[in-house]
Design a protein around this ligand. Sequence first.
Ligand SMILES: Cc1ncc(C[n+]2csc(CCOP(=O)(O)OP(=O)(O)O)c2C)c(N)n1
Ligand SMILES: [Mg+2]
Length: 354
Amino acid sequence: MTASAPTPPPPAPLAERSSLPPVDRESLLALYRKMVLIRRVEELAAKAYTQRKIFGFCHLYIGQESVAVGAAAACEPQDHWIAAYREHGQAMAKGVSARAVMAELFGKATGCTKGLGGSMHLFDSSVNFMGGYGIVGGHVPLATGVAWAMKQKKTNGVAVCFFGDGSAHQGAFFEALCLAQLYKLPVVFLCENNYYAMGTSIDRQSALIDMSLRGLGVGMAREQFEGFDVEHVRDRVGAAVEYARSGQGPVILEAITYRFRGHSMSDPAKYRKPGELEEKKKSDPIAITEHRLVNDFGVTQAEIDAIAAACDAEAEDSVKFAEESPWPDPAHLYDYTYAPPSADTGAGPTNGGR
Ligand SMILES: Cc1ncc(C[n+]2csc(CCOP(=O)(O)OP(=O)(O)O)c2C)c(N)n1
Ligand SMILES: [Mg+2]
């Protein structure tokens, strides 16, 4: 009989609390404002879609805002984010302006992807937002690659990969986890379990309900947590980011969340159980934070109303900006298909001679 190699011990749990300071009145107000702005922008995007001003697919993040905003509060500017196609909220949380997001949804040249990407392909390297991707699970290996690059370059950055419960069954997902753990890469895989992959509920798509358990197969640190409270998300993502940044390796998290709208603008979401949506709306992240601000930090209704008015104005402004912006010049259609040769690699494909 041959002796097998000893199996390493299971990974240690994440720190019970991150080392982030507790939120105070001002910092929680800022998180609240960001969530309200994301929601208002998406509500206006939905309206513009029905007016046929936005074309193609459009997947709204409404109900999940606490995950992106809490994660942003736990990250540093040098951290790189990558997301799937429900990424308007992540892009804005990472620092892309409402104007640049809305203009991209309208397909205008002033959009963050110069009007060439649309809803599913928001991208802004200036804030280290490495894009939204339409192939389910396809971006998870890219996150491993981004983390590998950051480790080689010693940037002290962490890659954060947002993906849905439906992505955690895809083959490339497992390969990405396997390599990230093997090379102890600084990456946090953040599953947003919103209970559905298109019209298929979580219990009809997987025998395993907590997707963070997928990490155990490769020896990865993991945790599942409630994602409705932005403060809690900030703390749990904070603990994971600190773990990854310290060189201990990757982490897989699952934030339990819920989307209040259909899968995309063309989905009336008739597959929900009666009363399910109403029940989940009791955990609306915006209402939870508003309650805490009013009850624990003495924020007045007038302050809440002023935030709502400011976010309404910013969202309206983003629509006006998008409407008045020019269309992309067709001459630029192929300009960004391939990266030009870079100083990093010394080589690389050209953009087809353009
Ligand atoms: C490889 C691949 N298979 C199928 C699809 C079709 N599709 C688009 S979204 C989706 C559901 C994904 O659900 P989830 O990952 O939970 O994300 P959510 O929409 O809930 O944010 C599917 C199956 C696709 N885009 N790519
Ligand atoms: Mg889902």
